[in-house]
Ligand binder design. Structure first.
Ligand SMILES: *Cc1c(COP(=O)(O)O)cnc(C)c1O
Length: 338
């Protein structure tokens, strides 16, 4: 048996989720006739207090559609220099939207209203038109760091004043909701669009949802078709999403406890020189002389534990619903023995 901390995308559908998929009512979603997709989209929209939502195969597609609808070619998008939309989506902002990025160096993936205010271009023919701000919550490269609601409200106010749209890459938004106690509707109020992933901590095999107002989602539906993301009997996947929203949100707190336990144990080892504060389900730490990141990953792999070296000296471990308490106990013993 392998204990896979490489990502929270390594989960397999649970028996309950598989049963829900097997029994799903389906139809042709490109015709708008898949009842399970329609139910998932409506459920997600209501959860965030918004009018509409759009099911997509991946978080990348949701983000890219979201950005495309908000921008025109030649525009500038403001985000953190480590944002997934910027560094992990294959240059998608340039490729799909013909827009460029102004990347800001934030604190563990989080940027401030003051930084953004400084980065907005004046109305000048020499300058790209700043049209969109993208935030990421939790921040993946920031070690699962969460934004404060007040900080996001300040950013929202700035965007309103400057006529900018505000998009949230909420691939792990439910982790942030569970960790901070904020309500989904707080986010629905702040952001013009929100992308959530079902295929991360919520344990679905596939799927992401873009949430916004009805007109925005109508445009997004057209772009999804252009991107090749119009799926037919997608209800089998949507049923997994409905199951996940009903059953797999509350248990994210367990993932967070597991991540803290790993971090606390790692902190006792002298080959670990730095650990990012653990707020949710991601642990990113730095190793020194005894191991490079790749060497530590190889040593752990021999003990059937997988983790991701994300730089020569940094390792990432992510907890998820296929990591049990017993697996954590075993992992703590292995780390202790190093
Ligand atoms: C995983 C991830 C995505 C995209 O998800 P895919 O479904 O793998 O395309 C977007 N943003 C963040 C922060 C992620 O971690």
């Amino acid at each position: 048996m392998t204990i896979d901390f490489r990502s929270d995308t390594f989960t397999k559908p649970s028996p309950g989720m598989k049963a829900a998929m097997f029994d799903a009512e389906v139809g042709d979603d490109v015709y708008g006739e898949d009842p399970s997709v329609n139910e998932l989209e409506l459920t997600a929209a209501r959860l965030f207090g918004r009018e509409a939502a759009l099911f997509s195969p991946s978080g990348t597609m949701s983000n890219q559609i979201g950005i495309k609808v908000h921008t025109r070619p030649g525009d500038e998008v403001i985000c953190d220099a480590q944002a997934h939309v910027y560094i992990y989506e294959g240059g998608g902002i340039a490729f799909n939207s013909g827009a460029q990025v102004k990347a800001l160096v934030g604190d563990r993936g989080r940027i401030t209203a003051a930084q953004i205010a400084n980065a907005i271009n004046p109305d000048d023919v020499h300058k790209a038109r700043t049209s969109l701000v993208c935030l990421e919550n939790t921040s993946n490269r920031g070690g699962g760091a969460c934004y404060d609601l007040a900080a996001m409200q300040e950013i929202k106010d700035l965007c309103t004043t400057n006529n900018l749209k505000l998009h949230l890459d909420g691939a792990r938004l439910f982790n942030a909701l569970v960790a901070t106690g904020a309500a989904a509707t707080d986010y629905g109020r702040l952001f013009d669009s929100i992308s959530i992933c079902l295929n991360k901590g919520l344990g679905c095999p596939i799927g992401s949802i873009l949430i916004g107002d009805a007109d925005y989602i109508k445009q997004a539906r057209r772009i999804r078709k252009v991107f090749g993301g119009g799926m037919r009997q997608a209800g089998y996947m949507a049923a997994a999403g409905i199951y996940a929203l009903e059953n797999n949100i509350g248990r994210l707190a367990t993932d967070h406890q597991h991540a803290s336990a790993l971090a606390n144990k790692l902190a006792t080892k002298d080959f670990v020189t730095d650990i990012m504060p653990v707020e949710t389900n991601i642990v990113i730490f730095t190793v020194n002389g005894k191991y490079t990141a790749a060497q530590l990953a190889a040593v752990l792999r021999e003990k059937n534990i997988r983790c991701s070296p994300i730089s020569p000296t940094q390792v990432r471990m992510v907890t998820h619903l296929d990591i049990s308490a017993a697996m954590i106990d075993y992992s703590l013993q292995v780390i202790e023995s190093l």
